[in-house]
Design a protein around this ligand. Structure first.
Ligand code: ZN
Length: 502
């Protein structure tokens, strides 16, 4: 994610960007107390009422309760340690008149642990009928978890197939007050789902450790376009409107879903020299503004591939939308930007936003954080990539930027490995400065070889800060315990950067 204030660093604090945009999205939620039957989902009245599972029976063979968390310390509600989702097939219609989204999600995967129930995250949607392997399945909604009875105990490695009917109203929200999920517009909507917005509009295992492939079939009134991640498979006219089908064959975390509904045009560009399909999406009213960003994206792609290795996905694009100004999001393969920033000009603001979100495709999208406390692995890296691009453009030397940034870093809010604020200057600027310190410590060759190894080792997966240390030690041959203690795990910011080794 890129917020305007992520640019608020020394020379990069740019006039007109709104440095210091207030936002405090840190929502440290606690696990709900699972009170069975406290919030039972609304069943389809035409169907028999689902039975509500009672408390686990206290017998010798009593099944374990379903895991309601992937174990994330920052967001202990999210995900489930019991399941590994392989694919989501999400089918729904959106009516902009009443701002209602309704449909089904078919979730398929395998059990990681023995279980007779599985839990999906659901924080807002109404749940209708639930089916397991095509048969009606009892379910409960407890706190932010939808618990589905599979009918019998299953073993690790067994498959499951759960289909859930759901509906959601896209209500007015305030992103800068921490809201995520769906944001309605006059004729459609946009969405931003980091970190837990997806489960506010459909049932999902909403944690980046559980990546999956996806298909979306979105029906909208005629004349409107629905855009999600991946490849557009078809657009089919029907009595209810046009159904836009998209296929994302590359594993993707739920927080990286893009959903746009509106009057959009597709702008295909040439395939990059490295074979990346460059397809952009622009509001029809903004169509004339896309031209400068075609070349800038191609140039940034080639530059980052020279440093970080091959672009990690089949396709990339820029989506120019009617989302709020000051926000951009690295939605996988097609980053979300606001027309307030991508307004047809190509200055430092546009270069910063474009390079930041593109770099996230390696750092955040291909390699996702294994816990949300590891968010610096996303934002510190994308910010550093942005600095590298500005140096390439001749705007600012990276070493100068890091040294001036270090002087302005906050005294509180550390350590980087467990920041007080998830989207604040410690994570963005502190993370980038720490990376520069690491580069000085181990040298350019080992640093960039390490970044490439990081991506190849953990692409399509999630990884931890400790994993990053392991990769950088293996690549550089350095023992980095002291470095990580000083820069990543310390509660006080180091006062100076290391001196380059002779
Ligand atoms: Zn970012």
């Amino acid at each position: 994610m890129d917020l305007a204030r992520a640019l608020a660093v020394g020379a990069l604090c740019l006039a007109g960007v709104g440095c210091g945009v207030p936002r405090d999205p840190v929502v440290v939620r606690t696990s709900p107390t699972p009170i069975t039957g406290s919030s039972v989902g609304q069943a389809d009245p035409s169907e028999p009422s689902p039975s509500v599972p009672g408390p686990p029976e206290q017998t010798a063979s009593a099944p374990l309760p379903p895991s309601l968390s992937a174990g994330d310390r920052r967001f202990p509600d999210l995900g489930s340690a019991d399941i590994d989702v392989s694919h989501y097939d999400v089918t729904f219609g959106y009516d902009p008149e009443v701002r209602r989204l309704a449909g089904t999600v078919l979730v398929t995967g395998t059990l990681v642990r023995s279980a007779s129930q599985i839990a999906l995250d659901v924080d807002g949607p109404d749940v209708g009928a639930v089916r397991s392997d095509d048969a009606r399945a009892p379910f409960t909604v407890v706190g932010h978890d939808l618990i589905v009875d599979l009918g019998a105990e299953r073993s690790p490695g067994d498959s499951f197939s759960v289909e859930v009917d759901f509906s959601t109203i896209a209500r007015e929200q305030d992103f800068f007050r921490g809201d995520v999920g769906l944001f309605p517009t006059a004729r459609g909507l946009w969405s931003v789902n980091e970190p837990d917005g997806a489960s506010t509009w459909f049932p999902v295992s909403d944690h980046p450790t559980d990546k999956a492939t996806w298909t979306f079939h979105v029906t909208v009134p005629g004349g409107l376009t629905a855009v999600t991640n991946g490849e557009l498979v078809s657009a089919t006219e029907g009595s209810a409107g046009t159904t836009w089908s998209w296929r994302q064959n590359e594993p993707m975390a739920s927080y990286l879903i893009l959903l746009l509904v509106g009057d959009y045009e597709f702008v295909p560009d040439r395939v990059s020299e490295s074979g990346v399909v460059l397809d952009h999406v622009v509001l029809a009213s903004e169509l004339s503004t896309i031209d400068p960003y075609l070349g800038a994206t191609r140039d940034q792609l080639a530059f980052f591939e020279s440093l970080f290795g091959p672009y990690p996905f089949e396709r990339y694009g820029v989506a120019i939308t009617d989302s709020i100004g000051g926000l951009a999001m690295e939605t996988q393969g097609l980053s979300l930007f606001s027309s307030a920033q991508l307004d047809g000009t190509l200055g430092t603001v546009q270069q910063a936003f474009l390079s930041h979100e593109l770099a996230h495709q390696w750092f955040g999208d291909a390699v996702s954080p294994a816990s949300w406390n590891d968010i610096w692995l996303n934002e510190g890296f994308a910010t550093y990539a942005q600095w590298l691009w500005f140096e390439e453009l001749g705007i600012a030397d990276v070493d100068d930027t890091a040294r001036s940034t270090l002087l302005g870093l906050p005294a509180a809010g550390w350590p980087l490995a467990e920041p007080a604020e998830m989207f604040g200057p410690v994570v963005y600027d502190g993370g980038a400065t720490a990376l520069h310190a690491l580069r000085i410590t181990i040298g350019d060759d080992a640093f960039f070889a390490g970044l490439r190894s990081w991506v190849t080792t953990f692409a399509d997966d999630a990884a931890t800060t400790a994993d990053f240390q392991t990769v950088m030690e293996a690549t550089s041959g350095h023992d980095l315990d002291g470095f990580f203690e000083d820069w990543i795990y310390s509660r006080s910011v180091p006062s100076s950067l290391p001196q380059p080794s002779a």
